[in-house]
Design a protein around this ligand. Structure first.
Ligand code: ACO
Length: 416
């Protein structure tokens, strides 16, 4: 498999996505809210509008994912993760000198203070969940940064760039420590994606592996008001600090209903054991109301455009690797079986997490590290959106409808 083949796959995926024709009406902004409001309760904030944004757009019916006006297929095909980060943060594609300046900053920030690695070596990094360790690492980075409490837009932008650079380094170190190996320093000759693979595996990646990781990082960079982005923004809106906001985002992404699904999918595929077992496994899952990981989405009621790219990439990789081939064929059988039922009943299709794990696994990455890979990318969307909101900040503060009693008589403890 070559980097050119990856580009051909992206072009085919874009053509398929263009065939989605359903239109989803956009919500219209009317007027300022006046209390009390008449509201319909959307569980899990379904339907709630939190802010306006110019950063990114997901149209769930059309299967669109757009960053700053550019569709994800064009970015996956032509851009790099570094350029995509610049686009998200600054609102435009960089020219050569702007990109060179941005890359210089990433290079300068990529090496983390030794004290960070000392902390990772002094906690049970090999046994804890890597997302919990990642949160600890970001906390240490914040404690070591004398500018951490600067909550100006300029100050937080600089911290965002530091964290984009350093998240890959600490995730790489976590992967190494989990294998009982020494962390490796970043290689100044490599791209962000290349470095990330290098720091996880200790080996210089092939051009194809670097390209595939770059595409994965581009595709995971931003995705509307997802749970971890919203979490990051809520914390940042209190003028806490960017490190604290990102730590909260990591905690949110970790969950199996969100970024943690990429890890859970792999465990499900291994549990299923092969394509022949899919039908009976799914029947049991339906019976016990068990969710199928890597399927469904609050926003997409069409095929997730990211899965349109990652599925065929997983297929090409799996053709070259027997173990991944089995996982891939199990995944294809599961997709067919699940969409035949849930696609029709509930418009449930594979999401970004369904095929990404097979790709990472084929690259030799441990399953528990899949969600940190997501975080290494999503740090860009988290920080870009938190910064955009900070420019016209107002504390996030929704209300709940109280449905409990109001006139209880206090009973002393010996009377209860
Ligand atoms: N498998 C089986 N049934 C599902 C699935 C699924 N993966 N997803 C939704 N459903 C069903 C629910 O059981 C529910 O059925 P009901 O109405 O009969 O009770 C209905 O569809 C609505 O489900 P909710 O969970 O309320 O839908 P929501 O919009 O909250 O779900 C979510 C979005 C959390 C992603 C859900 O689809 C899910 O749990 N998927 C599995 C986990 C996963 O893949 N998460 C990653 C999402 S992408 C990301 O965050 C990066």
């Amino acid at each position: 498999m070559s980097a050119e083949q990856v580009n051909e796959l992206i072009a085919v995926a874009a053509q398929k996505a263009a065939q989605e024709t359903d239109a989803e009406p956009e919500p219209g902004l009317t007027k300022k809210i006046e209390w009390p409001v008449q509201a319909t309760l959307g569980r899990g904030l379904e339907g709630a509008i939190s802010n306006t944004t110019r950063i990114g757009y997901v149209n769930g019916a059309k299967g669109w994912l757009i960053y700053r006006g550019y569709n994800c297929f064009d970015l996956a095909k032509h851009s790099t993760f570094e350029e995509t980060c610049y686009l998200l943060l600054y609102g435009k594609l960089p020219n050569s000198s702007e990109l060179a300046g941005f890359n210089d900053k990433l290079l300068a920030y990529r090496t983390v203070p030794k004290a960070t690695l000392d902390v990772l070596n002094s906690i049970p990094t090999a046994k804890s969940h890597p997302m919990s360790v990642l949160a600890t690492a970001v906390s240490v980075l914040g404690n070591l940064d004398s500018e951490a409490q600067d909550t100006s837009v300029e100050g937080e932008t600089e911290i965002a760039i530091k964290l984009i650079a350093q998240m890959a380094t600490v995730a790489g170190a976590i992967a190494r420590i989990r294998q009982g190996l020494e962390p490796v320093n970043p290689n100044p000759q490599l791209s962000h994606a290349g470095n990330f693979l290098y720091m996880m595996t200790g080996e210089t990646p092939t051009a194809t592996a670097e390209r595939i990781m770059d595409v994965a990082l581009i595709l995971h960079a931003d995705h509307g008001m997802n749970a971890s982005t919203f979490t990051t923004m809520v914390v940042n809106s209190s003028l806490s600090d960017m490190y604290s906001s990102v730590i909260a985002g990591i905690g949110s992404l970790k969950g199996a209903l969100h970024g943690g699904a990429n890890e859970a999918v792999l465990y499900d595929l291994e549990e299923i054991g092969g394509p022949d077992n899919v039908e009976s496994w799914f029947a049991r899952a339906r019976e016990s109301k068990r969710k199928v990981m890597g399927f469904g989405h609050r926003v997409y009621k069409a095929y997730d455009p990211r899965a349109r790219i990652l599925g065929p990439v997983a297929e090409l990789l799996a053709m070259e690797n027997e173990a991944s081939g089995k996982l891939y064929h199990t995944a294809v059988a599961l997709e067919k079986t699940v969409t035949k039922v849930l696609g029709v009943e509930k418009k449930i299709f594979p999401n970004v997490d369904f095929y990404s794990g097979i790709i990472y696994k084929t690259m030799g990455i441990e399953t528990a590290m899949f969600t940190p890979i997501f975080a290494v990318s999503r740090i860009s969307g988290w920080t870009a959106r938190a910064l955009e909101y900070l420019e016209d900040n107002r504390l996030f503060r929704p209300r709940a409808v109280y449905v409990g009693p109001t006139k209880e008589d206090y009973v002393s403890i010996d009377q209860r």
